[in-house]
Design a protein around this ligand. Structure first.
Ligand SMILES: Nc1ncnc2c1ncn2[C@@H]1O[C@H](COP(=O)(O)OP(=O)(O)OP(=O)(O)O)[C@@H](O)[C@H]1O
Ligand SMILES: [Mg+2]
Length: 228
């Protein structure tokens, strides 16, 4: 099987004053369909930069990314937006839910950006996603009325509502207590049964242990790539 994502020679260089920061310094990686991958590495090693580029929120300086057979490293903005809306989901450490919207509306939000999207169908899809994370009893609540663990489950629902091929989770358990860490990890781990690829960034070795493959980054490079 060809990989879902094949990354070759990926570089991201930021210009800071008269200095170049090499956030990614030549990364080669493949991600397969249905893999559960953890990325470990010290602060500043390029983990978030990699997630943002693969999630179509940022563009690389150099290199190739083949996503399901299509070269996507230098797409035009419309096609990038299509990928962002149809093929990837994102989960953030700080949840990033909109405080004025209800839970149901927050989860439906990614569908709003699709051509010809229908509000009623979007809310129905949001309710189905919320059911999968066990949050249907809070549909009309606002994020501020939920616990941290509940907010992150809602954020996972928002990440899966668009039926993505891959979910990028950047420190998704960083703000959670132990009980909720396990619950959110079990939830993310369960997605691979549906063929979704899950890539999780963490500082926590115990969290990385839940994944089937652990990639260690250092100074913008993959230092180790180990299948457990
Ligand atoms: N927008 C930016 N402008 C300039 N430098 C940046 C920018 N974003 C990231 N960097 C630099 O790129 C390097 C990699 O940053 P990145 O956020 O990817 O690290 P990280 O591994 O996610 O770290 P952490 O574990 O602290 O989240 C760092 O040296 C950072 O300072
Ligand atoms: Mg980071």
């Amino acid at each position: 099987m060809p990989p879902l994502i094949a990354i070759r020679g990926l570089r991201k260089t930021y210009r800071m004053g008269d200095e170049n920061v090499h956030a990614l310094d030549g990364v080669d990686l493949d991600f397969q369909k249905g893999e559960f991958v953890a990325i470990l590495g010290p602060s500043g090693s390029g983990k978030s930069t990699l997630m943002h580029i693969l999630g179509f929120m940022d563009t690389p300086s150099e290199g190739s990314i083949v996503f399901d057979g299509e070269e996507v490293a230098r797409l035009d903005p419309d096609r990038r937006a299509w990928y962002r809306s149809h093929r990837v989901g994102f989960v953030f450490q700080a949840f990033n839910l909109l405080p004025r919207l209800t839970i149901e509306e927050n989860v439906a939000l990614p569908l709003l950006y699709r051509d010809g999207s229908d509000p009623e169908a979007n809310l129905a899809a949001a309710r189905a996603a919320l059911e999968r994370v066990g949050m249907t009893h809070r549909l009309g609540h606002r994020p501020g009325q939920l616990s941290g663990g509940e907010r992150q489950r809602v954020a996972v629902a928002r990440a899966i509502v668009g039926t993505p091929s891959i979910i990028f989770a950047d420190e998704p358990t960083g703000n959670l207590d132990v009980k909720n860490v396990d619950r959110v990890l079990d939830l993310l781990g369960s997605l691979i049964k549906e063929g979704i690829t899950v890539v999780l960034v963490t500082h926590d070795l115990a969290v990385a242990e839940k994944a089937h493959r652990v990639i260690s980054m250092r100074a913008g490079l993959v230092q180790e790539d180990r299948v457990r």
